[in-house]
Ligand binder design. Structure first.
Ligand code: CS2
Length: 506
């Protein structure tokens, strides 16, 4: 017997439909996966989708008896789609409760595709009248938005971004080569492009109404996505682009939404724990906190899963909820990520386990609260709940995960509030500390992954004076107005020496 025979024999079986009946009772899915049909298409097959929208959709199907299933599309990486297909599209979610974990298999998926490999299937689904909802979690990067551009003020899509420019080029080449306009033969590499092509195909074949729901952490996420897709179509080489846009105006809705659940990246330890709980191997397992919420703008163009049966909130306007979540939760998260790392901490719970962590969260929420529109959650109660969520010792949420893509996150989380407060002459001491934390973290020796990493590193190289670096970094964020605020840049620079010795002063 070889070593690998021994390993195979010892390894538990792979999770799959054939072995569902062997799962411990409390780990079984809420619904029979064979009862589902693809009625939702989701772009972005990451952990967050599996721990959030998929859970709601499974519950909505289970409680209503309606067959709402999701075909999830990975924009590029075949790994997640492959792992799910090997397990008959099943995976487990482990709720990380402070007093122990609970693992359960989720049966929400009816397909797992790779956008760049399965373009024809994706287009066919987007054109299928039985599919009435598309959701997206593609992160801020996926929108290729012109920095800071408000969707009410003209085009938002950065047509010069290399991936978008290449996709637009492909639409022109496809049309010229006699390929059906918007055809899946066009190997589009961006989600905005593929979605635009799929919607165009739908508009050409009957224009059955559809709702497209951005589930990313951006203010006005629905409006931004709608504008980006329309910009793409308008700039495409498709000869019927005007007709497509006209039909979309009544047939396709882009409501705003606010999604919330803290989902750390899955580790090998998580996989081992899931296997132990299930008695079966699950390489697509995800974990997350017990808390979850979903607020949606009640303006759908077509039937949707009854997510309200599982506690989703439908409101006329998501703005107060979105800004509260973005500025308080995500804003504090980013502040903890940069300051915690400077203080030598590695997880959110560790950053909270300091004499400055909870005061920072409460203080930053209080500083930001005057910038929030009325109608959302009470900021003081929200801050108290955040402290409890962030302290959850079972989470192991890495600060480095939150620190990534800061150049795209901070313009959503900190800068609009900072502008409002400074215009009103209101002191902003904690936003200044937080900004100093980010400035410190952008040094080429310490950087987290960021699409603007090179530009940020250059801001250090060319400026011997700390205020010059701060100024250059704010300009790189698209905030030339804040870069010109010498009181601000001076205050941020003055915070750097303490950070260099790991001291956080809030
Ligand atoms: C976090 C978010 O990584 C990050 O930037 O702030 O992913 C956060 O955990 C979620 O938005 C919570 O809903």
């Amino acid at each position: 017997m070889t070593a690998s025979d021994r390993t195979d024999r010892a390894a538990p079986p792979r999770l799959g439909r054939a072995t569902l009946h062997r799962l411990p009772h409390e780990c079984r899915p809420a619904i029979d996966p064979d009862a589902l049909r693809t009625r939702v298409v989701h772009f972005g097959l990451g952990a967050f989708h599996r721990a959030h929208q998929a859970v709601w959709t499974e519950q909505a199907a289970a409680r209503s008896g309606e067959p709402w299933g999701i075909t999830a599309v990975a924009p590029r990486s075949p790994a997640a789609a492959g792992a799910l297909r090997e397990q008959d599209l099943l995976y487990s979610f482990t709720e990380r409760r402070p007093d122990g974990a609970a693992t359960r298999v989720v049966a929400a998926l009816t397909g797992a595709l790779v956008m760049t490999e399965d373009a024809a299937r994706v287009d066919a689904l987007l054109a299928d009248p039985e599919v009435t909802v598309v959701t997206l979690t593609v992160t801020e990067k996926g929108y290729h938005r012109l920095a800071g551009r408000d969707p009410r003020e003209g085009p938002v899509l950065d047509r010069a971004a290399p991936a978008i420019a290449a996709d637009l080029e492909r639409t022109a080449a496809g049309a010229g080569a006699g390929i059906g306009a918007g055809s899946s033969a066009e190997r589009l590499s961006t989600v905005v492009g593929r979605l635009a092509a799929g919607l165009a195909a739908r508009m050409r074949s009957g224009a059955a109404p559809l709702t497209v729901v951005s589930c990313d952490n951006m203010a006005d996420n629905g409006a931004v996505l709608g504008a980006a897709v329309r910009d793409f179509i308008a700039a495409s080489g498709w000869p019927d682009r005007r007709t497509v846009l006209d039909r979309m105006a009544t047939a396709v809705a882009f409501p705003g939404t606010v999604v919330d659940r803290i989902v750390p990246a899955t580790t090998d330890t998580d996989l081992a724990r899931a296997a132990k709980a299930l008695g079966q191997r699950d390489t697509a397992a995800v974990t997350g906190e017990p808390y979850r919420s979903w607020v949606l703008e009640d303006s759908f163009a077509a039937p949707r899963p009854p997510w309200e049966l599982d506690g989703a909130l439908f409101v006329p306007d998501t703005t107060p909820y979105q800004l509260t979540k973005l500025r308080l939760l995500n804003g504090c998260h980013s502040a903890l990520a940069y300051l915690g790392s400077a203080a030598g901490r590695t997880t959110v719970a560790e950053a909270l386990d300091t004499d400055w962590g909870a005061p920072l969260v409460r203080g930053l929420c209080a500083e930001l609260a005057p910038t929030l529109p009325p109608g959302g959650p009470d900021p003081v109660a929200y801050a108290a709940e955040l402290v409890t969520r962030f302290r959850n010792p079972a989470m192991d949420h890495q600060l480095r995960q939150i620190a990534t893509d800061g150049s795209l996150k901070l313009p959503e989380r900190w800068l609009p509030a900072l502008r409002t407060l400074r215009a009103a002459g209101t002191p902003t001491p904690l936003l200044e500390v937080a900004l100093a934390g980010w400035v410190y973290a952008t040094h080429p020796d310490r950087q987290a992954a960021d699409p603007a990493a090179e530009t940020l590193a250059d801001c250090w190289r060319g400026h011997p004076e700390p205020t010059g670096t701060v100024r250059a970094l704010l300009t790189a964020l698209g905030a030339a107005d804040l870069a010109d605020d010498t009181a601000l840049t001076g205050a941020v620079a003055a915070r750097l020496p303490a950070l260099r010795v790991g001291r956080i002063e809030v």
